[in-house]
Ligand binder design. Structure first.
Ligand code: ZN
Length: 240
């Protein structure tokens, strides 16, 4: 089976479409939350994921869009985008988001948005948090998003070892216990503005990262037309 894995799409339809085209004919699609927030296409992105039968988990922006208290911790632009999303999104989108669990197990992997300790909120930014995270899931590997940076932590004898996979680079599932981030589709933050995603080949036992260019100007125009903060469009050019 080939499974496409996406995270932090953030209502960016052109980025999602480009990634789906690059993934091609996959057998399944998994997402790691933050489907909405920041971007101008909440209904379109949810409709596209639903149409592809994507399964996944809830992110902090999804929870905030549903009225959760998470929004208090957001910066001003993110708060404005959540308020806009709440006004704009359809009842169908709301119901689809509300069904998302905080964590799930699929095909031998644990799926969360933040970390397996704090699925909605915790960022896996450091080797100490990665180390604690390995104690918080029972499967041999775990997929997470939230930082918007593509990385893999491989648990070795001396603790978690950080990999920063380049596009096309592969990590093998039998290298050890893994904590894996596909990077962000809709708002990358590693300095590369291209959409990031991951392909799992369950027969080969491999995870391969990909980066896909998309029409950033199109999203920026939609952000402007929607009256969303301009900074949310500007940062897409920088991949920050
Ligand atoms: Zn996010």
């Amino acid at each position: 089976m080939r499974i496409g894995i996406v995270s932090d799409v953030h209502s960016n339809l052109p980025a999602l479409e480009a990634v789906l085209a690059a993934l091609g004919d996959v057998d399944a699609l998994w997402h790691l939350g933050d489907v909405v927030g920041y971007g101008p296409h909440p209904d379109e992105v949810v409709a596209r994921l639903a149409e592809r039968g994507a399964i996944g988990v809830m992110g902090n922006h999804d929870a905030a869009a549903l009225g959760g208290a998470e929004v208090e911790y957001f910066n001003t632009a993110a708060q404005q985008a959540i308020a806009w999303t709440q006004r704009r999104m359809s009842a169908v989108t709301r119901a689809w988001l509300a069904e998302l669990p905080e964590r799930r197990e699929e095909g031998g992997a644990t799926l969360v948005h933040g970390s397996p300790r704090e699925p909605i909120w915790e960022y896996v930014w450091s080797s100490s948090i990665a180390d604690l995270s390995f104690d918080a899931f029972a499967t041999s590997w775990c997929l997470h998003g939230h930082t918007h940076v593509p990385v893999a932590w491989v648990l070795g004898r001396r603790g978690p070892e950080l990999r920063r996979p380049a596009p096309g680079e592969t990590v093998r599932l039998d290298e050890g216990r893994l904590l894996v981030n596909p990077g962000s589709v809709g708002q990358p933050r590693d300095g590369d503005p291209r959409a990031s995603a991951l392909i799992l080949d369950s027969e080969l036992g491999t995870l391969t990262w990909l980066r896909v260019p998309y029409a950033i100007a199109e999203v920026q125009a939609a952000i402007k037309a929607a009256g969303l903060p301009r900074s949310l469009g500007d940062r897409l050019d920088r991949g920050r």
